[in-house]
Design a protein around this ligand. Structure first.
Ligand code: K2U
Ligand code: ZN
Length: 174
């Protein structure tokens, strides 16, 4: 397994739409393993393909990120799609590994149900609320070229982009 570089705004791949995966090859399995290692190393509770420079529809997540190594149980979601959303909404402060050290409140459906294919090719469904729901939606947004800052006002979005630009110039190795 290898740690992959995480792409930071304003890289254009973060705004592109990832393509469905037709066959779960050894290369896809290796990418998933590398994304899991990269996510835990960040650390994060989710990571989507666009963020590591790939345009295929796969993301990884483990919302139990606070727990110790033994309880790690990362999920791999291939060709994920939301099949149900609650009418009830929830507001949560979100961050993003591709928008370092910036946070803002985002409103999303409190509960979602996601249908996806797992690494063994089985069709699965996962339902989650609150942090799990925000993570599922945040990662699926990445595969559609959408970032959490796209839900903010133009003023707030541009402020965040300017802060990240300055941060990267002041410490490019970040
Ligand atoms: O996709 C990513 O950039 C990882 C995101 C996933 C995420 C964002 C907002 C809400 C839920 C999930 C995070 O930056 S991972 C860091 C993190 C850790 C704990 C709680 C929230 C965010
Ligand atoms: Zn993100």
């Amino acid at each position: 397994m290898s740690r992959l570089p995480i792409i930071v705004v304003p890289h254009p791949i973060l705004k592109e739409i990832a393509k469905p995966i037709e066959t779960i090859t050894d290369a896809i399995k290796q990418q998933a393993a590398d994304m899991i290692e990269t996510m835990y190393d960040a650390p994060g509770i989710g990571l989507a393909a666009n963020q590591v420079g790939k345009l295929n529809r796969i993301f990884v997540m483990d919302t139990n990120y606070r727990k110790n190594d033994e309880s790690r149980d990362a999920k791999v979601l291939i060709n994920p799609e939301i099949v149900w959303r609650s009418e009830e909404m929830s507001v949560m402060e979100e961050g993003c590994l591709s928008i370092p050290q910036q946070f803002a409140e985002v409103e999303r459906p409190r509960t979602v149900r996601v249908k996806y294919i797992d690494l063994s090719g089985q069709v699965q469904e996962m339902e989650g609320s609150d942090l799990v729901s925000h993570c599922l939606q945040h990662e699926l947004d990445h595969l559609n070229g959408v970032l959490f800052i796209d839900y903010l006002s133009r003023l707030k979005r541009n402020m965040i982009l300017r802060k990240v630009d300055k941060m990267m110039k002041d410490s490019p190795v970040l």
